[in-house]
Ligand binder design. Structure first.
Ligand code: ZN
Length: 185
């Protein structure tokens, strides 16, 4: 792999790890937050066959604007305008309430750039995997099922961009639904 590619990917990992350093996931084990963007980027490369470096870098950084004090200018300065724009497209407006943001994700998905759609797809695969395998400690079964239903609507707007990730999502959704429907309430 050319040196500039490994360098920028490692730089993005270091940047995101520092930005998310005090944050934890909502699972019972309170896993380090950085595990999530790493999983998304890895899924894109391993399952989605994605080799576009800007996509992989933006995947590593995809939650920095939404969940840390990182600014769009900072992303542009370190990783360029293309990466900044992809991450901005994936960032919810935290001024809005949670339900409104969820509705807007459904509404806006189809208008995202192709590169942002691919990351959103991988993000939803990782998110449903978490909700199926290692859900937030305080989520009752109904909330987990509703979450799967919601991701299906967001993913609908991202289809036609990466067949491998779409079929990975479809299989996982199906397996997850049957696991959750068979689970004790
Ligand atoms: Zn994410």
């Amino acid at each position: 792999m050319p040196k500039e590619i490994t360098t920028v990917i490692l730089k993005a990992l270091q940047f995101a790890a520092r930005k998310h350093e005090t944050q934890r996931r909502k699972d019972v084990a309170a896993s380090p937050y950085i595990n999530h963007p790493i999983e998304v980027a890895n899924l894109l490369a391993e399952v989605g066959d994605v080799t576009d470096v800007d996509i992989l870098v933006a995947a590593i950084l995809h939650d920095t604007l939404e969940d840390t004090k990182t600014t769009p200018e900072e992303l542009e300065q370190h990783f360029g305008l293309d990466v900044r724009l992809i991450v901005e497209g994936l960032t919810d407006d935290k001024q809005l309430g949670k339900e409104v943001r969820k509705q807007l994700q459904i509404k806006h998905a189809s208008r995202l750039s192709g590169r942002a759609k691919v990351i959103k797809l991988a993000d939803k695969v990782c998110n449903i995997e978490d909700v199926i395998e290692r859900p937030p400690a305080d989520w009752p079964l109904e909330r987990r099922k509703d979450y799967l239903d919601w991701t299906e609507k967001v993913v609908h707007g991202c289809r036609g961009t990466n067949a491998l990730l779409e079929s990975c999502y479809d299989q996982l959704l199906k397996a997850g639904r049957s696991a959750l429907h068979g689970a004790p309430e």
